[in-house]
Design a protein around this ligand. Structure first.
Ligand code: NAD
Ligand code: ZN
Length: 381
């Protein structure tokens, strides 16, 4: 066969189903989309499984602004369908996890040993495209934006090579998809960003998939006391199961929750985590940690256009206030290792999975998240 026609056979546009968000605060519409072949240094992936994270919902509600129409989804696992010219780290048939935090390995941030915020990350610019500034999705004749370079709510997606990691061929994709966001973000926030210490006291605000993963990390790091905070008491059972030693509901007290936590921890916790995405709880998390050696980590995505004003004296006395994307992990290096650790039973993922739905029922999955009844819903493709 002539080289050109073989090329056309291998690199065709794929028609498949995807969940398109046309407008904010509207349900997803399951549409037939066209997925263009991967260009040079790009990879086309067949999706197998993916979770629903609150960050996707933040785009639906407008809390996190991205250009529309868009295909959301950023916590998934799949199999490489085809690769563009020059791709060397994956090949067709490989099991992979797409990376919403890319790792180019060349920029100043990638080269810094403590940083994982690659300068190729689309979060600051929010172009909603791949690196070359264009999209690979078309629906009803219109280009559809990409989300964080990976758009996993689609049966097929195209990503840049810096946004995908090859994982163990034996890994169960319907579980390790959580390593694509929720688990790694929470676990890394505890062990890598806060650097939780043996015997310490931790407070975790928000007990969704990410908050529970923070608890798993605090426990793995040897924390003696892990206080879980949520306004939905139905989340407490699971929190205890993964390692919380106490669970409290701010609505049960007539004083500020930071005051309650200070009293429970002899004057302030060692480490606190905000895993909700609200300014008031970010302030409470900062205030509840020890004034001199406390470390407070912002994990929740704050509402874009709002600011928080704090008295700098809170930091002058010695507190540390920090935050991180994806648990501070350098994604392409760390994701295969996290999958290997899961395979070696170093941490569980099962407690995070409460519901499994066919991909087409994605709107039901978001309803479950809104009702507070699910931790992670896994969509199977
Ligand atoms: P989730 O919605 O499943 O969990 C949030 C929890 O917070 C729920 O249990 C809810 O009941 C609780 N909550 C809500 N309001 C509260 C309040 N006022 N006080 C106490 N508890 C309250 O969300 P998730 O998927 O676990 O994600 C948590 C946050 O982390 C979101 O903001 C998400 O966007 C963010 N996130 C950040 C990163 C990152 O890289 N930094 C990655 C993933 C998710
Ligand atoms: Zn997420």
């Amino acid at each position: 066969m002539a080289k050109a026609s073989l090329f056309r056979l291998l690199f065709q546009v794929i028609k498949c189903k995807a969940a398109v968000l046309w407008e904010i605060n509207k349900p997803f519409s399951i549409e037939e989309v066209e997925v263009a072949p991967p260009k040079a240094h790009e990879v086309r992936i067949k999706m197998v499984a993916g979770g629903i994270c609150r960050s996707d919902d933040h785009v639906v509600t407008g809390h996190l602004e991205f250009p529309l129409p868009i295909i959301l989804g950023h916590e998934a696992a799949g199999i490489v369908e085809s690769i563009g010219e020059g791709v060397t780290s994956v090949k067709p048939g490989d099991k992979v996890i797409p990376l919403f935090t890319p790792q180019c390995g060349k920029c100043r941030n990638c080269k810094h040993p403590e940083s994982n915020f690659c300068l190729k990350n689309d979060l600051p610019q929010r172009q909603g495209t791949l690196l070359d500034g264009t999209t690979r999705f078309t629906c009803r004749g219109k280009p559809i934006h990409h989300f964080m370079g990976i758009s996993t709510f689609s049966q097929y997606t195209v990503v840049d090579e810096i946004s995908v990691a090859k994982i163990d061929a034996a890994a169960p994709l319907e579980k390790v998809c959580l390593i694509g966001c929720g688990f790694s973000t929470g676990y890394g926030s505890a062990i890598k960003v806060a650097k939780v210490t043996q015997g310490s006291t931790c407070a975790v605000f928000g007990l969704g998939g990410v908050g529970l993963s923070v608890i798993i990390g605090c426990k793995a790091a040897g924390a003696a006391k892990i206080i879980a905070v949520d306004i939905n008491k139905d989340k407490f059972k699971k929190a205890r199961e993964v390692g919380a030693t106490e669970c409290i509901n701010p609505q049960d007290y007539d004083k500020p929750i930071e005051q309650v936590l200070k009293e429970m921890s002899n004057g302030g916790v060692d480490f606190s985590f905000e895993v909700i995405g609200r300014l008031d709880t970010m302030a409470s998390a900062l205030l509840c940690c020890n004034e001199s050696f406390g470390v407070s980590v912002i994990v929740g995505v704050p509402p874009g256009s709002q600011t928080l004003s704090v008295n700098p004296t809170l930091l002058l006395t010695g507190r540390t206030w920090k935050g991180a994307i994806f648990g501070g992990f350098k994604s392409k290096d760390s994701v295969p290792k996290l999958v290997a650790d899961f395979m070696a039973k170093k941490f569980p993922l099962d407690p995070l999975i409460t519901n499994i739905l066919p991909f087409e029922k994605i709107n039901e999955g978001f309803d479950l998240l809104h009702s507070g009844k699910s931790i992670r819903t896994i969509l199977s493709f």
